[in-house]
Design a binder for this molecule. Structure first.
Ligand SMILES: C[S@@+](CC[C@H](N)C(=O)[O-])C[C@H]1O[C@@H](n2cnc3c(N)ncnc32)[C@H](O)[C@@H]1O
Length: 287
C-alpha cells in the first residue's frame, strides 16, 4: 500500500497546484498578440494593426479582463501564464482522484488526452513524486499543434467547430516538456504521445489505466479517446470529462455510455465537468 512519503508532501502538492494555476499572482492583462478579445468595440483587424505598429516601438497592446474568484475556481478563461486552464475545482478533483487510486491500489497509468501547456499532467507527475511511486507513468497525449478541423464525414456533431483556428491552443511538445522541466518533473515516468488522436491512440503504448482524463473539446476527439482508452481503464479507475458542458463532447459521452451500457453515475465537478468511476465488470461478463 502506498502512502505519501513525507508529511510535507501534501504541502508540496498544495503549492504545486497554486503555481500551476498562477494563483500566487494576479492575472495580468492579456496581450492582444496572444488571445483575441471575445468582443471589443474596435474590430479585431484594427486591434491587430495597432499592436503590430506598437511592436515596432517595442511596445504591445493588452486588454483588461475582469475576473472574479469564481472564474479562478471554475477555470472559465484561458490564462496568460498558468500552465493549466482547468481551474481550482477541477485540479482539486484530479489530485483527489490520483491520490484515491494510489490509496486503493487501483492499477494503471494516468493519461490525459488534450494537455495544452501540460499543467494537469504535471500535477499527476507531482502526485506520483509526492507518494514515492515509481511504477506508474503519466501519458501526455496531444497533437502539440492544436485541435484538428472537424471531420464532418465521420463526426457531423462537430459542425461549426472553429477551435482548430485558434493559435493559443497549439502548444508545442518542446514547450510542454520545458514546463515539466521547470518543475523538476521531466523524466522517464512521463511519456509523450504526439499526434492527432485518430492516429496516436489506437497504438498508445499503455495496457492499463487508473485515470483517463478527456480534454479534447470536440465530439471526434472525445469519442476516439473513449473508444481506444476506456476498455483499458481498471475497475475503480476514474474517467474524467473536462468538456461535458460542450454539447458535442457531451453527446460523445452519452453515445459511448449508451452503446456500452455504462450506468455508473456521473458526478459533477463544477459547471463544466463530470467524472465517473468504472464499476467492476460483472462476474458473468468475465467468464
Ligand atoms: C482545452 S485544451 C486542454 C487543456 C488542458 N487539459 C489543461 O489542463 O489546461 C485542448 C487540447 O486538446 C488538444 N486536442 C484536441 N483534440 C485533439 C485531437 N483530436 N488530437 C490531438 N490533440 C487534440 C489540443 O491540441 C489542445 O492542446
Amino acid at each position: 500500500m502506498h502512502s505519501p512519503s513525507l508529511p510535507s508532501s501534501g504541502l508540496y502538492l498544495d503549492l504545486l497546484q497554486k503555481v500551476l494555476l498562477f494563483e500566487l499572482w494576479d492575472e495580468p492583462p492579456v496581450p492582444v498578440s496572444r488571445h483575441r478579445p471575445w468582443s471589443h468595440r474596435l474590430p479585431w483587424w484594427v486591434l491587430k494593426q495597432l499592436d503590430a505598429a506598437l511592436r515596432l516601438l517595442r511596445l504591445g497592446l493588452v486588454y483588461n479582463r475582469p475576473l472574479t474568484p469564481t472564474d479562478r475556481r471554475e477555470g472559465t478563461f484561458w490564462p496568460v501564464h498558468a500552465h493549466t486552464m482547468i481551474g481550482e475545482l477541477r485540479l482539486n478533483q484530479l489530485r483527489a482522484a490520483a491520490e484515491t487510486v494510489l490509496r486503493e491500489a487501483i492499477p494503471g497509468d494516468f493519461i490525459e488526452t488534450g494537455v495544452w501547456r501540460g499543467g494537469s499532467c504535471i500535477l499527476l507527475r507531482g502526485v506520483l513524486q509526492a507518494w514515492g511511486v515509481t511504477d506508474r507513468r503519466v501519458i501526455v497525449a496531444d497533437s502539440f499543434a492544436g485541435l484538428p478541423p472537424p471531420d464532418l464525414a465521420r463526426y457531423p456533431q462537430d459542425r461549426g467547430d472553429t477551435l482548430y483556428q485558434v493559435p493559443a491552443l497549439a502548444i508545442s511538445e518542446a514547450e510542454v516538456r520545458d514546463n515539466f522541466r521547470r518543475y523538476g518533473l521531466l523524466d522517464d515516468q512521463v511519456v509523450f504521445l504526439k499526434g492527432f488522436f485518430e492516429q496516436s491512440l489506437p497504438t498508445a503504448p499503455v495496457d492499463q489505466l487508473a485515470i483517463l482524463r478527456l480534454d479534447g473539446d470536440m465530439y471526434g476527439s472525445t469519442i476516439v479517446a473513449l473508444n481506444h482508452l476506456y476498455p483499458k481503464l481498471s475497475p475503480g479507475g476514474y474517467c474524467i470529462v473536462d468538456d461535458y458542458f460542450l454539447p458535442p463532447c457531451r453527446q460523445a459521452v452519452e453515445d459511448y455510455r449508451r452503446e456500452h451500457q455504462l450506468t455508473e453515475p456521473l458526478i459533477p465537478i463544477d459547471q463544466s465537468s463530470v467524472y465517473w468511476r468504472r464499476a467492476p465488470t460483472p462476474r458473468n461478463d468475465r467468464d
